[in-house]
Design a protein around this ligand. Structure first.
Ligand code: HEC
Length: 124
């Protein structure tokens, strides 16, 4: 006499809780992102050593102001990689392209709404 196989109904795995949790975290990051971008740009600019000569807000020091540069990005990139006048070429190993694009965004944004320089002191 045939025996019925044990009745194994698939149990739904409840991943919903975990998924919505991740969504909330991502949403929060998006809201905070704008100001973070500005701070990040300034930080990267500092870390890359640019601030030493161009000033912490890129408004000029021993080297000229860079905020609101009218160079298009490819030109900016070339200047940094090849050097210009007194400025030595900055190698990819020291300042990778992705850092330069963050810096560039920050320079352009700083000039349009001054978020990066408002209320900040230029003394470290
Ligand atoms: C050792 C000092 C020094 C450091 C460090 C330095 N610069 Fe410069 N930079 C200069 C000087 C000086 C000039 C002006 C050169 C000239 O025109 O003769 C200049 C010019 C530039 C220019 C061209 C400005 C223009 O439009 O004519 C850009 C862009 C620039 N620097 C970006 C950077 C970035 C980005 C960094 C960091 C990765 C950096 N610099 C680090 C000294 C420095």
């Amino acid at each position: 006499m045939p025996r019925h196989p044990p009745n194994r109904r698939a149990r739904p795995v409840t991943t919903f809780g975990a998924v919505s949790c991740v969504a909330v975290i991502l949403l929060g990051a998006g809201v905070a992102g704008r100001q973070d971008d500005a701070n990040r740009g300034r930080q990267v600019f500092d870390d890359a050593g640019c601030a030493t000569c161009h000033g912490p807000s890129a408004k000029g020091g021993t080297a000229p102001e860079l905020v609101g540069t009218d160079r298009p990005y490819p030109d900016f990139l070339r200047v940094v990689r090849e050097g210009i006048g007194e400025m030595e070429a900055q190698a990819d190993g020291d300042v990778p392209d992705e850092q330069l694009s963050i810096i560039y965004e920050w320079l352009v944004q700083s000039s349009s709404n001054r978020i990066a320089s408002d209320g900040a002191t230029d003394t470290p």
